[in-house]
Write a protein that binds this ligand. Structure first.
Ligand code: SF4
Ligand code: SF4
Length: 641
């Protein structure tokens, strides 16, 4: 098919994908009035979801079953507070000089017309306890055109990718060529090669990290008033997922303060290299302690997977209680120190760090990679200073041989090999998104599944309107042991059994459909890559509301980091004023569609060399595309439906 015809088909199908959902908006609707008594209790509303048609009138009265609660409706100028059985509505107007004036008037009920279609979250605006930032409900105003549009475009995306695969050219979907950033920026190269580079970028992080531990221990016990909670679980978490991982992969590991003290202790050096001419157990260094190597049998990320699941099982508690954050940090710090006295190199980061598991697999898609410039030079260089250590740099702390490294998973971007290589053969490359495309084993495939399931589970628990799920996850406060165990069992079963099982069946079916171009294991691991971009973008979509809604907490804690009533920069009382909250579902939808596109195209590129004929390429991609489509639509339903 000619290029012109290909684009014609794509444009026509796009028109259909847009016009069908838009036409639903023209179905006739008769407006009616809904009288709703909204009961608020820690940490949800009843009814949790209000479904009306565009043009309907809502007569809303509010009651609280426990402490004072509020009601802020995204996209509608409606704010209520219910205190001791009395409801107050916020009115804002301008005085004769144009200054905004605010007042709260007592009301028994308030009426408004649902004039904007879509999904709108209502949220509590009266700090009511640990889970206050997650106390939400939903108003659905039908026809929910934006949701229908995104669902329709997700199907169109799958159609287009499969269609383009059919008429593939060698360069389609592959993006630009890699660029060595150190070549382009000689100043950066000099900086990176400097022995103090790592120490100087880690040091401020270590200082901030210890301040966070102190503030978690002695600051306000209320999560949204404590700098550690706000900076770690809102700001850092969002920046990590939305910017650092897609662009820099494991670049966080380069500056991470958690293993730094243990590494300094193990090396007995802060910046310089302790080089010995005679190697000991193949490395030209001596470390503090027993200097053991991690058991070969455990050279996988199963432990990391399990530890991540353990950590997120208490995720709701961890991100809302400063003391829980402090405890987890101190445990990690202690563990890194103990491990450094037993093992050489960064075994905690490689095999145990729960965040590391997530960073490792997702860094495969990242746009930055440390790699050798010319692999032939490495083949001829017998000393392999990058792996064994040299006078200029420590042996790779992550125990990787960069001469043959083709994936980002276990490279902490520490820059040691850039310094240790006497041939100046290591670069930092900027490359297309989704360049490393082969999972090593089932441990990594399970990691992909776990990350996806946790993104869905957190979306339901933290962003959803279901108070009973929040109560189950918030077991230390609610005391609901049985619901908590059911909650845990659901996440663990979905992550370790249902999702991987369904995906394995999907991959097996895909392999059959394509006439078995390879064994099931190879095909499954290659196809599982599809879910890495889908997962990365799902996490971005999940994290977005935390920043757009709660950015005022960031400004508040900057002025009052310990929640002690300070006002250092005059922002301590910055009002709750979400940033374009009515647009959040649409932005999340767009992000999910981008993840679907990258997932399918990058997954396909990983398979391309395995299957030569175009028709078999399509057949092998059909079932995994449907799997990814279902996942994306589940998330679309949660965020927009
Ligand atoms: S030290 Fe440099 S040239 Fe030698 S093997 Fe390592 S990266 Fe290659
Ligand atoms: S030494 Fe090189 S390969 Fe090893 S972790 Fe550091 S940057 Fe990555």
């Amino acid at each position: 098919m000619s290029r012109k015809k290909t684009w014609l088909v794509i444009l026509l199908s796009f028109e259909l994908a847009v016009l069908i959902p838009l036409s639903l908006a023209f179905l006739p609707i008769t407006p009616r009035t809904h009288t709703i008594l909204l009961e608020a209790r820690k940490f949800g509303y009843s009814p949790a979801r209000i479904v009306v048609n565009k043009g309907d009138t809502i007569a809303l009265s509010m009651a609280s079953a426990d402490v004072p609660h509020g009601f802020f409706l995204d996209g509608y100028p409606l704010e209520l507070i219910n205190k001791q059985g009395v409801t107050f509505r916020k009115y804002t107007w301008q005085d004769h000089e144009g200054k905004p004036i605010t007042d709260w008037d007592r009301v028994s009920s308030t009426k408004f017309v649902a004039s904007r279609p879509g999904k709108f979250t209502f949220r509590c605006i009266q700090t009511c306890g640990n889970l206050h930032p997650f106390m939400t409900g939903e108003l659905i105003v039908r026809p929910n055109t934006s949701y229908h549009l995104m669902a329709s475009l997700s199907i169109w995306t799958v159609f287009c990718v499969l269609f383009l695969i059919r008429f593939d050219s060698p360069t389609r979907f592959s993006g630009f060529k890699r660029i060595n950033i150190l070549d382009r920026l000689p100043g950066l190269k000099r900086l990176v090669k400097h022995r103090s580079f790592q120490f100087l970028i880690i040091l401020p992080n270590v200082v901030v990290f210890y301040l966070f531990i102190l503030s978690s221990l002695w600051g306000s016990p209320v999560g949204n008033r404590n700098v550690a909670i706000i900076f770690v679980w809102i700001l850092w978490w969002f920046v990590l997922k939305a910017i650092i991982v897609p662009l820099g992969g494991r670049i966080w590991c380069m500056v991470c303060p958690l293993p730094a003290p243990a590494e300094w202790l193990s090396r007995k050096r802060l910046t310089t290299v302790k080089y010995f001419q005679k190697p000991f157990k193949r490395l030209h260094h001596r470390f503090t302690g027993l200097q053991k190597d991690w058991p070969k049998k455990m050279d996988n990320i199963w432990l990391q997977n399990i530890l991540f699941l353990v950590l997120i099982s208490f995720g709701m508690i961890l991100i809302t209680r400063p003391i829980a954050t402090a405890i987890i940090f101190l445990i990690i710090l202690g563990l890194t120190l103990v491990l450094a006295l037993i093992f050489r190199q960064r075994v905690f980061c490689l095999y145990l760090c729960p965040v590391g598991g997530f960073l490792g697999t997702y860094s495969m898609a990242s746009m930055t990679a440390v790699r050798v410039i010319d692999p032939d030079i490495c083949k001829k260089h017998r000393e392999k200073s990058c792996l064994a250590g040299g006078p200029g740099g420590w042996a790779c702390p992550w125990n990787q041989y960069i001469g043959k490294m083709s994936r980002n998973n276990y490279c902490g971007l520490c820059t040691e090999c850039i310094k240790s290589c006497p041939k100046d053969n290591v670069g930092v490359f900027f490359r297309p998104f989704g360049s490393d495309r082969m999972l090593r084993g089932y441990d990594e495939m399970f990691n992909v599944m776990i990350m996806l399931v946790v993104a869905i589970a957190f979306s339901i628990t933290m962003l959803g309107p279901w108070g009973f799920i929040k109560d189950a996850a918030n077991v230390t406060e609610s005391g609901q042991i049985i619901p908590f165990l059911i909650y845990l069992a659901s996440i663990w079963t979905l992550a370790l059994l249902i999702f991987p099982g369904l995906f394995a069946l999907t991959a097996k079916g895909a392999n059959r459909l394509a006439g078995r171009p390879a064994d099931d294991r190879t095909v499954t691991l290659k196809l599982a890559y599809t879910l890495i971009p889908v997962g990365i973008f799902a996490w971005i979509a999940f994290s977005l509301p935390a920043v757009m809604i709660n950015y005022n907490y960031i400004l508040s804690v900057i002025s009052d980091p310990l929640g002690l009533g300070w006002n250092l920069f005059g922002t301590a009382d910055y009002p709750f004023n979400p940033l374009y909250p009515q647009w959040i579902p649409l932005i999340q939808g767009g992000i999910l569609l981008a993840g679907l596109y990258f997932g399918l195209t990058r997954g396909y590129l990983g398979l391309k060399n395995l299957v030569q004929e175009p028709s078999r390429r399509i057949r092998i991609m059909i079932l995994p595309s449907l799997f990814a489509l279902l996942v994306v639509n589940l998330l679309l339903k949660l965020y927009m439906g």
